[in-house]
Design a protein. Structure first.
Length: 290
């Protein structure tokens, strides 16, 4: 299917780092709450002292026949509110349970993939493939075609259709398989995505692993060879063909740009001849047109 970039990260190491991060954040939150509550309590004690002094002075002034100032009345009301709030904080603190401070973010059932080139003439086939995959009797479907014909682009477009439309699939898994890649690593990638990887899985042989995966998955793959589809015993195989002349010109024009094509009267004719020499191969049209 082309080049494959592989990144290997220790799962245990990653989980440990995440665990430490969550623990540090939880401790920070808890310590910060304690610190804030302590500060509030100290301030409350200071307010109590000021309140008592104020009430004493107010009592003495009342004895002289004087009345409270509006400002003093507001102080007294605010003081009562502060005492009520500190009670609420203490209740919340006593009820708080910081053993659980985070939750797992649900992973999207389909991850949208970027298409880095213009797509022309593939919509009908993409919809046809999606329709076939929805049929109960179809478990495996193979797309074959020459290199550069756009198999991976088509597969990406199919993946993104499942992102934006309702379907019966619980999960869509994208796996890149390089020429020298071990089957075990492909199976493990699928099982991790399914959330079914376990110690028991490690002790199964290759055929047992394949059987377990097949029970829950439909498989859509691309290959340059029609013979691979036969060896895989697919239920449906489809050839990805080169673009028709009109589609090929449209793709070439999109890559070249109207500004370039219209910069001289002779360019469109020459450009059409060049596009024709690409024989509808999307890779050639994209590279030369650009």
């Amino acid at each position: 299917m082309g080049g494959c970039a592989s990144v290997s990260v220790s799962c245990d190491q990653t989980l440990n780092q995440v665990g430490r991060c969550l623990t540090e954040n939880a401790n920070h939150i808890h310590n910060k709450l304690d610190e804030n509550v302590e500060t509030l309590q100290v301030s409350t004690q200071e307010l109590k002292v000021l309140r008592n002094d104020l009430l004493t002075r107010v009592f003495l002034e009342e004895e002289k026949g004087h009345r409270w100032l509006a400002t003093v009345q507001r102080w007294f009301v605010y003081g009562k509110r502060v005492f009520e709030k500190i009670k609420e904080v203490n209740v919340l603190k006593s009820r708080s349970d910081f053993r659980v401070v985070a939750e797992r973010v649900p992973r999207s059932k389909v991850e949208e993939r970027l298409i880095h080139v213009p797509v022309v003439g593939m919509k009908a086939m993409a919809e046809k493939v999606c329709s076939s995959l929805m049929e109960d009797e179809v478990g495996t479907l193979g797309l074959y075609g020459m290199g550069g014909v756009g198999k991976t682009t088509l597969l990406t477009q199919i993946n993104n259709i499942f992102v934006n439309t309702e379907n019966d699939f619980d999960l869509v898994i994208w796996v890149v398989v390089s020429k020298d890649q071990k089957m075990e690593s492909v199976q493990e990638t699928i099982l991790w995505r399914l959330g079914r990887f376990s110690e028991e899985w490690k002790h199964l042989n290759e055929e047992e692993k394949a059987s377990e995966i097949k029970q829950v998955l439909k498989v859509l793959f691309t290959t340059r060879s029609k013979e691979v589809c036969s060896e895989m015993r697919v239920d449906v195989e489809m050839e990805v063909k080169c673009l028709a002349p009109d589609e090929a010109w449209e793709l070439f024009r999109m890559r070249a740009g109207d500004l370039t094509l219209e910069s001289h009267p002779d360019i469109p004719g020459v450009a059409r001849k060049i596009a024709g020499k690409c024989y509808g191969l999307p890779l050639a049209l994209n590279v030369i047109g650009r």
